[in-house]
Design a protein around this ligand. Sequence first.
Ligand SMILES: [Zn+2]
Length: 287
Amino acid sequence: MPEGDTVWLAARRLHGALAGRALAHTDFRVPTLATADLSGQTVVEVASRGKHLLLRTDAGRTLHTHFRMDGTWHLYRPAARWTGGPDWQVRVVLVTEDWVAVGYRLPVVEILATVDEPSVVGHLGPDLLGPDWDLPRAVANLRARPDREIGPALLDQRNLAGIGNLYKAETLFLSGITPWTTVDDIDHLDAVVNRAHRLLNANKNHWQQSTTGNLHRGEEHWVFERAGRPCRRCGAPIAIAEQTEPEQPTYGRLSYWCPNCQRGPAPQPTRAVDKARPPSDYRRYVP
Ligand SMILES: [Zn+2]
């Protein structure tokens, strides 16, 4: 699942391959950019900001992409076969002398003036993997809404940028508090945010996302996508429920937690296998 660490690594790989290189050919397969052309421009840098990826050129243009749930960038040598998905899922192709960068399934692809980047990333809080990471400011942003539940508060990129559903679930398990605990009821909020920071940092140099320290398939997480399976600490079944907020009652995110290891308010868990109405991240573990 693309979270801050995935986008950080994608930016670093793309930067390594493309920075300082001229774009020989570009192809944007999204309707709004059908006639766009960055060929002849040199890539100055590729950077991540939270879950946004920014590719800047020497002509003062920025290609902005966002991965959301399923997007990805692949790098190929010019003659290599593309393996990231069927052709119709390709959104962007950038060709240099040495590399072909292919963006698949990217729900956000736009080109803007580099000076206008604040219009697409200016709303973001401190970036957990950015050079300007600012723990006190992130904590202050969270504290500004003391009655908010910590689960959605951590996902809100205006507070701090880079945490998705996986790191939210794992950070709160390791902190021993449920996602429904209100910000006001958390004494050591800085320790919670620091834990998320450490988890993202520990995973930023590889594509796997492990919070247990174990990279073996099925062993990487404490609670995320483990509903109904035994807690690795106490053996109790991991619970799952959808978490919504009053201002967005139709937009829920799945929360996973151990009812035994995590203190705080929580709803009645959803049945672990609810085939009648599977929420989106269910597909991975429904047998
Ligand atoms: Zn437990």
